[in-house]
Write a protein that binds this ligand. Sequence first.
Ligand code: AMP
Ligand code: FE
Ligand code: FE
Ligand code: ZN
Length: 288
Amino acid sequence: MKIDLHSHSTHSDGKESVAEVFQIACESGLDVLALTDHDTMSGWDEARQAASKLSMTFVPGIEITTKHHDVSVHLLAYLPSADYEPLRNRLAEVRLARETRIERYVENLQTEYRHLTMDAVRATLQEEGKSVGRPHIADAMVNLGIFAHRDEAFAGPLDKHSVFHIPSGGIDTLEAVKLVRAAGGVPVMAHPMARSTKNLVITEKHRQRFVEVIEAGLAGFEVYHREVGELARNWLTGLATEFDLVLTGSSDYHGLTGKQNRLGENTTSLEVLRKIEAQASGSAIQWA
Ligand code: AMP
Ligand code: FE
Ligand code: FE
Ligand code: ZN
């Protein structure tokens, strides 16, 4: 059984509708797909319909924007209740903060790219109430002919080291982990230590910080991901054994033209998915 637990649609910064994402997942030979749009559950209903039409299994998820000691941490939440108000409210706040941040980002960029406007960014949003991010600025810049592809914008003015950059906000990671558990969901850290270099030196401080998140209720690490290097993966695998956590693998798909990641390029075992399911009480997996 081929299982991919991390994908994005036009409900956040993916390039394709939920139905299209599931269609491509099906063509890629996937049996199970989790939709994990940034800070929103608004794509779940469409996902249930799309999965059912294709006889696929759907796992409801979210990728929550969080911050731990000023470090950006993306937290995957599997199977939380869609009706748990404290979680819904926090997500709505994060989506609002995303908008404010993107408006400020556009103001920064306008000093160099005078034709870039917030309207041009809004025009790239295809769903009502979706969560906006840097990829939508990239799309606007592509539409304006400034760049040929999202990747070029991310390699240039949208790079996190560029002078225009404004870090993403998000809620405290420990609070998010507890909130997801309170909603009956299962929190898994997305692409931990992503894009760290070969020179990564893992210290006691790293350990302390990860243990903090584990003690708050973390269930596992997404270590099989194209941005997680071997050094980080090996170290995290040791930590998972020590604390009895699960290890997942996923593509983090953003669309055929969104990012290079392809559906099914990394996968999770059925055994691990069963463990996640056993820990969840908020929502159910829609098995095919
Ligand atoms: P933000 O959350 O606004 O800081 O934007 C970061 C998001 O952009 C992450 O979810 C990335 O996965 C996503 N992203 C989409 N396309 C790209 C790309 N071509 N290069 C880097 N990140 C990208
Ligand atoms: Fe994204
Ligand atoms: Fe992420
Ligand atoms: Zn993602």
